[in-house]
Design a protein around this ligand. Structure first.
Ligand SMILES: Nc1nc2c(ncn2[C@@H]2O[C@H](COP(=O)(O)OP(=O)(O)OP(=O)(O)O)[C@@H](O)[C@H]2O)c(=O)[nH]1
Ligand SMILES: [Zn+2]
Length: 347
């Protein structure tokens, strides 16, 4: 039996509808990428499930992307994205790996036990904001603590406008506070480190156990098909949940804007430093260090900001850049060698 989906069930909304011309509205079928397998994408549309073979003619697509198909089910074009999570492997565009597209809200998950870390939360906030999605911090295992509110307040202090809730991820009544973000037209995803309760939270939101998406094997050269779990799930409250293998291993790279937004207080200060390339260590005229001395920002937050900035800069350095550096270094060495030979010869 073919499952027929309503567009609204798949997260369709005015942002996508507005991109369609009159001709496209009448003659083309919107479909959403629900899974990425080794050789094909799985699509969901009002006509059910379809597959789309991965070929060089296709633009790069991610789970969550919307595409238009013609009346023969042939790919016509991809729609503009609202948000996109990617892994910029070695920084170049070619090796950019897309993880998920069109996520509205990310449940940044952190447990209230010894794993609780403001710095880790800031890291996930930076990733979420870089992708242009909204963050909602979900603090799990609230049932195991007497005073979850004190930690909720610490997270809230990072940003007054941040959405934060402490929940028992095992209890559907407790996770019901997330329902308004899981209604028709919304797409959500869950980020967080291992063991914090992401799968538990997903199962509660879905109202049933959901199989975790498995990474497809790349080295499958014997022609066997790799079974990859679906990455797109329809939430009973009407929204869509994306759970792609790559989302769980996201790293910071090319995340400067996301870090700037997450640490808006520090980046505003950094723009007032005397030197534009100030590292905020002990340079004269450093506005960040001055604010630290005046206790306007705390040391933990500054240390984390500097660490995340360094990390993203390192990850984003493209292969091309490092090769170019190698080339100019060897040119420099050759020049030095040439000069010293000339000196020795006395000319
Ligand atoms: N008491 C309690 N236990 C929880 C809660 N959330 C998760 N757990 C338990 O914590 C353990 C880890 O939860 P998972 O949902 O597997 O964590 P995960 O983030 O999906 O972990 P990975 O799959 O490694 O990424 C399980 O034993 C859960 O039952 C909670 O809110 N309260
Ligand atoms: Zn500075």
């Amino acid at each position: 039996m073919t499952t027929i989906f309503r567009l609204s069930q798949l997260g369709w909304k005015p942002f996508f509808q507005q991109q369609l011309s009159l001709e496209e509205l009448s003659g083309y079928l919107p479909a959403r990428v629900a899974a990425q397998h080794r050789t094909q994408f799985e699509l969901y549309s009002e006509q059910g499930r379809q597959t789309l073979h991965i070929s060089p003619n296709l633009p790069s697509l991610a789970v969550g992307d919307w595409v238009l198909l013609d009346s023969h089910g042939v790919f016509y074009r991809a729609l503009e994205r609202l948000s996109c999570f990617s892994r910029k492997a070695a920084g170049s565009r070619v090796s950019e790996q897309l993880m998920a597209a069109n996520v509205d809200t990310v449940f940044v998950t952190c447990s209230l036990n010894q794993n609780f870390s403001l710095s880790r939360i800031e890291r996930y906030l930076a990733l979420t904001r870089e992708a242009k999605a909204e963050a909602f911090v979900v603090l799990t295992k609230a049932d195991l603590f007497d005073d979850p509110d004190s930690l909720v307040n610490q997270v809230q202090a990072l940003d007054r406008r941040l959405l934060v809730e402490a929940v028992n991820a095992l209890d559907r009544q407790s996770t019901a506070v997330l329902q308004p973000w899981c209604r028709a037209g919304s797409t959500v995803a869950v980020l967080g480190s291992s063991g914090v309760g992401k799968s538990t939270l997903i199962n509660s939101l879905m109202g049933r156990p959901v199989q975790q998406a498995k990474a497809a094997r790349d080295d499958d050269d014997r022609g066997r098909h790799t079974t990859t779990a679906r990455s797109l799930h329809l939430i009973p409250d009407g929204g869509v949940l994306l759970d792609t293998p790559g989302m769980r291993e996201l790293q910071l790279s090319g995340c400067e804007a996301g870090i700037d937004e997450t640490f808006a207080d520090i980046s505003a200060l950094a723009s007032q430093c005397r030197f534009t390339d100030c590292q905020h260590q002990d340079e004269p005229g450093c506005a960040v260090q001055a604010a630290l001395q005046a206790s306007l920002i705390d040391q933990r937050r500054l240390t984390n900001y500097l660490k995340l900035m360094r990390e993203q800069a390192r990850n984003s350095q493209t292969l091309a850049e490092s090769r170019a550096k190698d080339r100019s270094l060897s040119r420099y060495y050759r020049k030095v060698l040439h000069e010293s030979v000339k000196l020795k010869k006395g000319d």
